[in-house]
Design a protein around this ligand. Structure first.
Ligand SMILES: Cc1cc2nc3c(=O)[nH]c(=O)nc-3n(C[C@H](O)[C@H](O)[C@H](O)COP(=O)(O)O)c2cc1C
Length: 170
């Protein structure tokens, strides 16, 4: 089974921005929208997320995959990852955590539920503002298979005409 696309999760803790790679995430609900991400206590970002209750989910495209893996192989405790990986931090509107300008989409989030953090390191996030880059109309996302291999998004098929019970989603 594959999770959602590989994402970057940014935070700002005591004024310092940080970014981590996250492969284990999923959509939880359409409306109001919720996203769930597994973020383990081994990550520097874990404490930032617990203490600030805010983050940005930044969605990179497949051409950024190697950099995204490198971001996931170091810690903000040791290195300024925005500087190290030439990422451009852009201020958000609703949260203190920065957007990543190089990413196709940026979703400002607030932590909505922490009841699954202790048993599963699973943060439930509520998007409060979303941005997409209009210069990337057909972004190719990628999914982590859990072992350093990745599946790239392929062609889209449109079966909206069969979604008879779910018209309100279309
Ligand atoms: C491809 C890839 C996927 C990863 N997925 C996750 C994940 O889903 N959850 C997690 O807690 N860490 C994940 N990591 C590890 C974190 O990105 C890594 O611990 C990161 O360095 C944490 O940075 P920080 O200490 O600055 O928070 C992943 C790493 C890679 C390379």
């Amino acid at each position: 089974m594959e999770p959602g696309p590989v994402i970057l999760v940014t935070t700002r803790h005591r004024g310092i921005p940080n970014v981590m790679t996250n492969g284990f995430n999923m959509m939880v609900r359409h409306a109001p929208p919720l996203i769930a991400c597994t973020i383990g206590p081994w990550d520097h970002r874990y404490r930032a997320l617990v203490e600030t209750g805010e983050c940005v989910v930044s969605v990179p495209t497949a051409d950024m995959a190697a950099t995204v893996v490198d971001i996931g192989n170091c810690s903000g405790a040791d290195v300024d990852k925005f500087e190290e990986f030439d990422l451009t931090a852009v201020p958000g509107e609703q949260v203190q955590a920065p957007l990543v300008a190089e990413c196709f989409a940026n979703i400002e989030c607030r932590v909505a539920d922490t009841s699954l953090v202790a048993p599963y390191s699973l943060f439930v996030l509520e998007p409060v503002r979303a941005w997409t880059d209009p210069s990337q109309p057909q972004p190719q996302l990628f999914h982590h298979r859990g072992d350093g291999t990745f599946t790239l998004d392929g062609p889209t098929i449109d079966l909206k005409d069969r979604m008879t019970k779910w018209q309100y989603l279309l």
